[in-house]
Design a protein. Structure first.
Length: 134
């Protein structure tokens, strides 16, 4: 349905009744080789933004994440603090769109992450996006 450009939410009848569903499909530059922790960061960030009514930011999030994965060139450092990375990703997406990024405190609450961890995630993601060794 998604590839046929059907409108969301999709409605399906399941065992206990009707359910609504939304689907995100995107191609990654690494053919899906990224570790689950990297996939979890993207999914978390997109879900939180989608739930807060930020559809353009969700699209920009996928683009930025593709760029990050491409810059890693198949070498994936171990990710810790996925929530902090997801918050940092949202911050950078909003910043790159020319909007005022959310405050660290707001991101900390939304993602249940420490501000220091979010700041570290911001630094790490920026280093990767600038093409430097991480």
């Amino acid at each position: 349905l998604k590839k046929m450009k059907a409108e969301e939410p999709f409605i399906a009848y399941m065992k206990d009744g009707l359910v609504e569903a939304r689907v995100t499909v995107f191609d990654t530059p690494d053919d899906g080789a990224a570790p689950d922790s990297y996939k979890a960061v993207l999914e978390m960030c997109m879900r939180k933004m989608r739930n807060r009514g930020m559809p353009r930011e969700v699209d920009a999030c996928m683009d930025l994440w593709r760029e990050l994965l491409d810059n890693l060139k198949g070498s994936y450092p171990r990710l810790q603090r996925r929530e902090a990375w997801a918050a940092a990703l949202e911050y950078l997406v909003v910043e790159r769109m020319g909007k005022v990024p959310p405050e660290a405190r707001e991101l900390s609450i939304t993602y249940n992450a420490d501000i220091a961890d979010i700041e570290r995630g911001l630094h790490d993601i920026r280093v990767i996006l600038e093409g430097e060794d991480f």
